[in-house]
Design a protein around this ligand. Structure first.
Ligand code: HEM
Length: 237
């Protein structure tokens, strides 16, 4: 076992690993939300952005593989810590004294696994196009330097995709779950980094809840606005 593996096998190492990977995943979520907000600017802005990402070529794959490794490490460390916590208390408390603990804190493993299930479904939906092949195949034709250029119509895919009610329900429900996970995750992060001084407990709680709420709401507004016709009205063929 090398030094890094030995460090991550210790409880404090696993917690710091969770914190580091959690920060990186949260930064991805913020960047992804900012990118997705382009849906409000319309087809050209959204598709230009998607085209720019697609043209990153090898760097896109480096980022994807990096993200995958970070996500996998976060899950593995989280499951290891949860198993260790259970092993440390083989007999459950006769009376559950977690009055102080929020729903979010008591359901971290569950909400984490649900976010994982959502990401898998989301990749099959918008990145691989397996769940909705017809809408994934939508293209936009533009003229560049006098020549016709055909590109992936991410805006059209998204708008048409969110006219399917079951997807709207799944995405909005998943954002509630993501919000719960982030709300406690951000507070834990401060605790692990030793920044959750008793004097600031309420402040850290407020910060965790506010950031989680803003992110979850920002994402959830996308399928809802499309379905309610505030975005892309008339864009669905
Ligand atoms: C309403 C919420 C969301 C919408 C509308 C949305 C939209 C999209 C779209 C359109 C793509 C494909 C982009 C392209 O092909 O250029 C995508 C990819 C992706 N999304 Fe989301 N997303 C949402 C929420 C999330 C959340 C909460 C996560 C993570 C927790 C996430 C993780 C990803 C990942 C990992 C990819 C693949 C990126 C890649 O291709 O490299 N998304 N999303």
């Amino acid at each position: 076992m090398n030094r890094i593996s030995r460090f991550l096998a210790s409880t404090i190492g696993a917690k710091l690993g969770m914190a580091a990977t959690g920060i990186l995943l949260a930064l991805f979520v913020v960047a992804h939300l900012i990118g997705n907000l382009l849906v409000w600017k319309g087809r050209a802005a959204m598709n230009d952005y998607a085209e720019m990402l697609a043209h990153l070529g090898v760097w896109l794959w480096v980022a994807r593989l990096g993200l995958l490794a970070i996500f996998a490490s976060h899950i593995a460390l989280g499951l290891r810590l949860a198993a260790r916590n259970r092993a440390a208390r083989p007999v459950a408390y006769a009376k559950n004294h977690t009055i102080q603990a929020s729903v979010a804190s008591r359901t971290m493993v569950l909400t984490g696994l649900l976010v994982l299930a959502f990401v898998a479904l989301h990749l099959l939906h918008f990145t691989l196009g397996w769940l909705d092949p017809a809408r994934y195949a939508l293209t936009e034709t533009l003229t560049r330097d006098g020549a016709a250029v055909v590109r992936h119509d991410v805006f059209g895919m998204l708008v048409a995709g969110f006219h399917v009610d079951v997807f709207v329900v799944i995405y909005v429900a998943a954002m509630v779950v993501l919000g719960l996970h982030l709300s406690h995750g951000i507070q834990s992060l401060f605790q692990t980094l030793g920044l959750r001084h008793p004097a600031y407990v309420r402040l850290v709680q407020l910060l965790g809840r506010t950031v989680a709420f803003v992110l979850a709401l920002g994402f959830a507004l996308i399928p809802l606005s499309v379905r309610l016709g505030f975005v892309g009205a008339g864009a669905v063929q």
